[in-house]
Design a protein around this ligand. Structure first.
Ligand SMILES: *[C@@H]1O[C@H](CO)[C@@H](O)[C@H](O)[C@H]1NC(C)=O
Length: 279
C-alpha cells in the first residue's frame, strides 16, 4: 500500500507538471491547415512552412504583465527568407506589442534576432542582435519580463534589451491593454535575409521550428478582471536589472547588437525619440 507520504509526493509532482504548461491547455493553433502540430502529449509544438502556407498559434489567455518564457529551436540548415515571430500583442489600431522575430539565413550564416516595442499603435523601436550560439542546434529560452516599470527581453536568462516606463516623459508605455502571445512561421523573403537579397529555397521545404516548456508566470485577464489584483505578491512585479544583469546586457549590446534605432540619427533627423535620450 502506498504510504501517505508517497501519495502526497505524487500529488505534488503531478500538480508541478501541470503548472509547467501544456500546449493543449495553453494555446490554440490559429492557422496553417495542419502545418502546426502538437506532439508528445502537448509537450512539444512544431510550426512549419512550405510554399503554400506558414502556420501559427496564439495563447488561450490574455495577460496584463508577467514573466513569460518559451524555449524555441529555430529552423535549421538553409532558413533564408523565413521568419519565426514570437510576440505579445493586443488588438486594434492603437495596440501594444512586444516582439521577438528571428530572421533566417543561409546554412552557417547567422540568424538576426529582431526586437521591437509598440505602444498605442506606434513602433519604430527596432533593435537587432546576432546570437552568441547557434539557435538551430538546440532549444534556447526567450523571455519577456513585462511589469509596470519596464520590459526586459532575455535570452537564456541574459538580458539583451530593456524598455523603461517613461510615461512621465511623454513616452506611451504598454500598461492598459491585455496581450496574447502569438507565434508564427512565415515567408518574408522580400526583406528578411540580407534585406531581401536571398530568397527562400523551396526545395528545402518544409521548414520547421519547435517549441517547448512554455511558462507564463503572469496576470491573466478574464472579462476585464486581472488574476493578480494589485500584483504585489509576484517577484517579477517590481523586478529590475541588478548590476550583474546590467553588465551582461552591456556585454551583449556591445558585442552582438547590429542595429539600434536609438543611434540612427539619419532616420530621426528631427531628433532621436525621447526614450533614447532620457535616463
Ligand atoms: C546572414 O548572413 C549575412 C552574411 O554573414 C549577414 O550579413 C546577415 O546579417 C545575416 N542575417 C540575415 C538575417 O540576413
Amino acid at each position: 500500500m502506498a504510504s501517505p507520504i508517497t501519495l502526497l509526493i505524487s500529488l505534488l509532482l503531478s500538480s508541478l507538471v501541470v503548472s509547467l504548461g501544456n500546449f493543449y491547455n495553453d494555446v490554440d493553433i490559429t492557422w496553417g491547415d495542419g502545418r502546426a502540430k502538437l506532439l508528445n502529449n502537448g509537450d512539444l509544438l512544431t510550426l512549419s512552412l512550405d510554399k503554400t502556407s506558414g502556420s501559427g498559434f496564439q495563447s488561450k489567455n490574455e495577460f496584463l504583465f508577467g514573466k513569460i518564457d518559451m524555449q524555441i529551436k529555430l529552423v535549421p540548415g538553409n532558413s533564408a527568407g523565413t521568419v519565426t515571430a514570437y510576440y505579445l500583442s493586443s488588438q486594434g489600431p492603437t495596440h501594444d506589442e512586444i516582439d521577438f522575430e528571428f530572421l533566417g539565413n543561409l546554412s552557417g550564416d547567422p540568424y538576426i534576432l529582431h526586437t521591437n516595442v509598440f505602444s498605442q499603435g506606434k513602433g519604430n523601436r527596432e533593435q537587432q542582435f546576432y546570437l552568441w550560439f547557434d539557435p538551430t542546434a538546440d532549444f534556447h529560452t526567450y523571455s519577456i519580463l513585462w511589469n509596470p516599470q519596464r520590459i526586459i527581453f532575455s535570452v537564456d536568462g541574459t538580458p539583451i534589451r530593456e524598455f523603461k516606463n517613461l510615461e512621465s516623459k511623454g513616452v506611451p508605455y504598454p500598461q492598459d491593454q491585455p496581450m496574447r502571445i502569438y507565434s508564427s512561421l512565415w515567408n518574408a523573403d522580400d526583406w528578411a535575409t540580407r534585406g531581401g537579397l536571398i530568397k527562400t529555397d523551396w526545395t528545402k521545404a518544409p521548414f520547421t521550428a519547435s517549441y517547448r516548456n512554455f511558462n507564463a508566470d503572469a496576470c491573466v485577464v478574464t472579462n476585464g478582471k486581472s488574476s493578480c489584483g494589485s500584483g504585489g505578491s509576484n517577484t517579477w512585479w517590481s523586478q529590475e536589472l541588478d548590476s550583474t544583469s546590467q553588465e551582461r546586457m552591456k556585454w551583449v549590446q556591445k558585442n552582438y547588437m547590429i542595429y539600434n534605432y536609438c543611434t540612427d540619427t539619419k532616420r530621426f533627423p528631427q531628433g532621436l525619440p525621447p526614450e533614447c535620450t532620457t535616463f
